[in-house]
Design a binder for this molecule. Structure first.
Ligand code: ADE
Length: 251
């Protein structure tokens, strides 16, 4: 019998996954300092290990490292939650699956070019194509089937991560100038991607737009997150339901 697929799921705040874990069976929890890792089964063929990391790159990297170390059977690490729009075409409830992530505050010039992560000697990190295409198809299929009512049609693109909540159009414009294809900004995804790459585990970053990273961003973010908590699980479920079509697991 094949092993169940084991998904590692992280969000910065409970509101970004939904704090009600009653859809999981055989729930257990382990505490690692102030990080709680919840484990459970979503179905006979899909297991989940999940945690709320807290905000920012250090907290996200720490949670990713702990989660992966807590169980070597994790097949895929997913970071999900909300993001600010960098692409002016994006609106609240738009879903963006990262086809690449970058740490916009990494700058080791003149030793490395701007944005390059010395540990990997790369600026942009890309998810494994098989997992990216699986998630993209799963989200589009769920959207077309009406399972994602309230969310807009999923799209993909570059997501930038940094230890800064962006609520200033001038700051956003500078980022857009440096990264012309930038679609969204957030504070954790590329840190988790870096850990996953270094640990040899496939990863995905999936975000929903909460604000325009402009003067109104803080208020939009707070209002949105309150509403989003009730909807977040449906987005995750769109992936869980389609794990039967997931790329073959190695190991
Ligand atoms: N997450 C959600 N909105 C954000 C913003 N405007 N800046 C950084 N991270 C965010």
């Amino acid at each position: 019998m094949t092993q169940p697929l084991h998904l590692g799921l992280l969000g910065a705040m409970p509101e970004e996954i939904g704090s009600d874990l009653s859809h999981l069976k055989n729930l257990s929890c382990s505490n690692h300092g102030d990080l709680a890792i919840h484990r459970g089964s979503w179905s006979d063929t899909v297991r989940l290990s999940l945690a709320w990391s807290g905000w920012g790159k250090v907290s996200a990297a720490r949670a990713a490292t702990r989660l992966l170390a807590s169980d070597p059977s994790i097949d895929l690490l997913v970071f999900t939650g909300v993001a600010g729009a960098a692409d002016p075409a994006l609106r609240q409830w738009d879903v963006v699956l990262a086809d690449a992530v970058v740490q916009h505050d990494m700058d080791a010039r003149p030793l490395f070019p701007r944005f390059t992560l010395p540990a990997l000697n790369k600026d942009r990190l890309q998810p494994q194509p098989a997992w990216f295409h699986w998630a993209k198809s799963a989200l589009l299929e769920a959207h077309d089937a009406g399972e994602l009512a309230g969310f807009a049609k999923p799209s993909n693109g570059l997501i930038a991560t940094g230890d800064r909540f962006i609520g200033d159009p001038a700051v956003l414009q500078k980022l857009r100038d440096a990264l012309p294809d930038l679609r969204a900004v957030e504070m954790e995804g590329a840190a988790v991607a870096q850990v996953a790459e270094q640990e040899g585990v496939p990863w995905l970053v999936l975000r929903v737009i909460s604000d325009g990273a402009d003067e109104a961003a803080a208020q939009s973010f707070e209002d949105f997150v309150r509403r989003y908590e009730q909807q977040a699980w449906r987005l995750i479920e769109a992936l869980l339901k389609r794990c039967g079509d997931a790329p073959p697991q190695c190991g």
